[in-house]
Design a protein around this ligand. Sequence first.
Ligand code: PLP
Length: 469
Amino acid sequence: MNNDNILTQVFEKLNVYLKKDTLIDYKTPDELHNAINFSIAEKGVSESEFLALINKYLDYSVNTNHPQFLNQLYAGFNFPAFIGEIFTALANTSMYTYEVAPVATLIETEMIQLMNSYTGYKNGDGIFVSGGSNANLVALFSARNKIAPESRHQGYDKNLKLRAFINEHAHYSFSNAANIIGIGTESLIKIKADENGQMVPEALEKEINASKQRGEMPFFVAVTCATTLLGAYDPIDEIAEICKKQNIWLHADGSFGGSIVLSNKNRYLLKGLEKTDSFAWNPHKLMNIPLICSALLVKTKGTLHHNLADVDADYLFHDLNLIEDLGKKSIQCGRRVDAVKLWFAWKYFGKEGYEKRIDNLIDLAQLAEQKVLNRTNLELLAPRQSFTICFRYIPEIEVDINQFNLQLREELRKSGKSLVNYGYIGEKLAIRLVITNGEMQEKDVTLFFELLLETASVLEKKYNRIKSF
Ligand SMILES: Cc1ncc(COP(=O)(O)O)c(C=O)c1O
C-alpha cells in the first residue's frame, strides 16, 4: 500500500464526511453483516479494499456531528480538538513519563492548573482519566484511602462499615465504583431528590445520622452537577456544610454539567464547588472534545499519589527530577494523551469562546423549553434546569401515552432525520432532548420540533385508522 496515496484519499474522505447531511443510514445487524466483511483474513486487503472499508464504516455509523444528533450527552464536531486528536495519534505516546511524553506532560499539567482555576482548588491537583465513570471511581477510591489508608495494603475491612451517599438520580457508575473498591453496592445509600431532581440536604443529613446510629461510618457524599436525565444540579453549598460538620469527603460529579463552570452567567449552579474535595469534569461532553477527554480534579495535592500502594517500577520511572512523572498518580500505566486535544481547542476558542459556547447551549435549551410550553400538545415533565428538556407529546386520541411517545421517538429514530433519547420520570416516559453541541443554532431546535410534531401527527392518523378499521 502506498501511504501517501492513502493519506490523500483519506483527507478527501474527511472533507466529504464533514459536509454530509445524513444523520444515519440504519441497518439491522444482519444487514450490516451483509454490507461489511467483518472477519480478518490470512492475507491483508488491497489499497482499494482498504479505502472501501473506510467508506462503509462512515456510511453506516451515526453521524454524531449532525445538528439533529440530540441523543447523548456528547455531540458535535470540534475542529481544533479533532486536529489535536489526529496529532495525538500521530505522535502516539503514553502519559506516564516526561521522558516519552514531554510536551503532553506539560500540556496536561497546564490543563489541570487551568481547570483548577475554575474549581477554586488553590492547592489542587488532578489527572486525566478514561471517562466520568472512572473519575467517580477514583474519587470514591481517594475518599476510602483517606479514611482507611490501610485498605491499600490490607484490603478493605468490612467491619468499618463505610457508607457512601448519592442522589437517587446519580449516575450508575457509583454502583460499579462501590463494587470495585470493595465496599459493595449495598454501602451506597440513595438520597431522595425533590421534584426538580435535586438532592434534598435535610434528607441527606437524616440518612447520615441514621447510618451513624446503626454503627456505620459515612465517608463519602457525591453531589451531581447535572443529572443524566433531568440535568439537575444538587445544591453543593448546603451539602458542603453538612459534609464539613460530619467530616465527610464531598465529591461533585460534573461529568455531564461540570463545564458550566466556564460560564459567568450560569456558574451559580455550582455555587460552593470550591468546598468540595473532588470534581469530575468531562470535556468530552459539553466542550465537545472527541471522546475520551475527562479529568478528576482534587482539592489537595498529594491525594492521588497517596492512593497508590508503593509504586515500585524503576524500569519505568527513573526519577530524573526534571518534572513530576504523571504516571505516578494514575491507576493506569499506559494512558492516552487526552489533554492535548482539549488544549488545542481551548487555545483556538479561548476562554471567552468557550464561555460563549456554553451560554449558547443554555440559551438553546431555554428556547426548546419555551417551544414545549407554547404547545398545548406538548407537556413539560420536569422544570428545565440546564441542558436537558424532558417532555412528552399528548395525543388527541385515546391511547397509552407512554406507548405513543415510545413509538414517536422510534419513528423519528428510524426516519434517520433526528435522534433523541428517552427515559422515565416516575411512571411517565419522557422524551429527553439534550442540547450539547456547541455549534447548534436556533434553526436546529426549530427543525427538531417540526420533525417531532410532523411524525406525531402521522402517528396519530395511523392510530385513528387502526381504531376505525
Ligand atoms: C452524571 C453523570 N456522571 C457520570 C457519567 C459517566 O461519564 P462517562 O460516560 O464519561 O463515563 C455520566 C454519563 O453520561 C453522567 O451523566
